[in-house]
Design a binder for this molecule. Structure first.
Ligand code: ADP
Ligand code: MG
Length: 401
């Protein structure tokens, strides 16, 4: 896989460089304001290096899940403004993805200029399962540039036109962010320093069963919190009230518990409430005392202590998924406590997952205390599962920049 430095060494002055970036930031629903610009900031090193080298930079990115057609609610307009602020230059937004306006604006770029294309998911072809359909869009995207740089780590697990097919059509290299993320994931998978502790939370156990299966043989401890712990607790025979429960996964969780023995560590207490609300009265109960009419919405203080003990001795930690509904103040303490314990790890600590990374920033924790905060939840989980990621595979094959 060739690197950005290889491309810079070749010289990019005056060349049109298409950069697939991950600018998929969360927006406040009512105002459309960016609530966390971590991904935009993570894309700066590649973009800045290309500008400094005199490239004419064309950035492609997606935002949210529009339904394959233009939808103002998912326009990259606010992202263009923030990107421009952070780069200290004007970043115009094309009126389309790879149509007439994009072509005209790309042709008018000067050395060091940056253009942002409109949300690639405004074209149904971007995510199509049909190779020819994706290829049509990829042809038009490739026509906008001479070289392709993939820096969208959060999208490398997708076989999408702007991630996969375009790399088949242009000389290509991996951007700085992709290189950094890969370097960290390699350290997690190839002979991690022990004890190696993984913390998983978040909402759906079914999303994460594959990664649990893949990681169990490799880790010393797997700490499970968040909404997904209730399916495990149910497998141990506990009543979980109205907590998140995936009834069809109880048997699988039971088998995993039997296989893992003491390597899987579950919460010992949970914070319960009758509803999702910031004003609601909460009760903290041991896991065998969850009231029938309540939901477990965070792990309790004794769990934070127990997880903290496991993390205290760890030399390598990967954490994905909040321990509770951290978006609401009464259910933040578990995520905060675990985030602090992960930050204090003497060794490599990696946070993966959009919501987990957002939690670190939203709770005011020091980002610099972590070894790495990954921009790609799905992508890092699939990598750790040992799956081949199409967006990476395509960079290691065929045409070189
Ligand atoms: P990430 O994006 O870091 O991979 P996920 O998307 O898997 O994390 O999960 C994040 C979501 O999980 C958050 O919105 C959070 O509110 C939710 N969550 C955490 N704990 C619970 C719980 N006990 N009940 C319901 N939802 C939960
Ligand atoms: Mg998420």
């Amino acid at each position: 896989m060739r690197s950005l430095d290889d491309l810079l060494a070749e010289g990019v002055s005056g060349r049109r460089v298409l950069v697939r970036a991950d600018l998929n930031v969360p927006l406040e629903k009512s105002t459309g304001e960016i609530t966390d610009d971590g991904r935009i900031r993570a894309s700066l090193p590649t973009l800045q290096a290309l500008r400094d080298a005199g490239a004419r930079v064309v950035v492609a990115a997606h935002l949210g899940r529009p339904k394959g057609a233009p939808d103002p609610q998912y326009s990259l307009a606010p992202v263009a403004v923030r990107l421009g602020d952070l780069l200290g230059t004007d970043v115009p937004l094309a009126g389309d993805v790879a149509g007439d306006d994009a072509r005209a604006r790309t042709g008018a770029l000067g050395d060091g200029d940056v253009l942002l294309l409109e949300n690639v998911r405004f074209e149904a072809a971007e995510t199509s399962k049909d190779d020819a359909e994706r290829g049509g869009l990829a042809d038009r995207l490739a026509g906008l540039a001479d070289v392709y740089v993939d820096d969208a780590f959060g999208a490398v697990h997708r076989k999408h036109a702007s991630v996969y097919d375009v790399a088949l059509r242009l000389p290509h290299v991996a951007g700085r962010l992709v290189a950094t993320e890969l370097d960290v994931l390699t350290r997690l998978t190839q002979d991690p320093e022990r004890p190696y502790v993984v913390v998983l939370g978040g909402s759906k156990v079914s999303d994460k069963l594959a990664v649990i299966e893949a990681l169990l043989p490799k880790v010393d401890r797997l700490l499970v919190g968040g909404g997904m712990c209730f399916t495990f607790l149910a497998a141990q025979g506990h009543g979980v009230g109205r907590s998140l429960l995936e009834a069809d996964q109880v048997d699988t969780c039971g088998r995993l518990l039997a296989e893992a023995g003491e390597r899987i560590v579950l919460p010992v207490d949970v914070v319960c409430a009758p509803e999702f609300s910031a004003e609601v009265e909460t009760t903290t109960v041991p896991v065998d005392g969850i009231p029938d009419d309540q939901m477990g919405l965070d792990v309790g203080p004794r769990t934070v202590e127990s997880f903290g003990r496991e993390l205290g001795g760890a030399r390598t930690v990967f954490w994905n998924g909040p321990m509770g509904v951290f978006e609401l103040a009464p259910f933040q303490a578990g995520t905060r406590g675990v985030a602090q314990a992960v930050a204090a790890v003497d060794g490599l600590s990696v946070v993966g997952g959009g919501d987990s990374a957002a939690a670190v920033r939203q709770l005011g924790l020091d980002e610099a205390a972590y070894g790495h905060i990954s921009t790609g939840g799905g992508a890092s989980l699939e990598y750790l599962e040992g799956r081949e990621l199409p967006g990476l595979a395509v960079l290691t094959e065929r045409g070189e920049a």
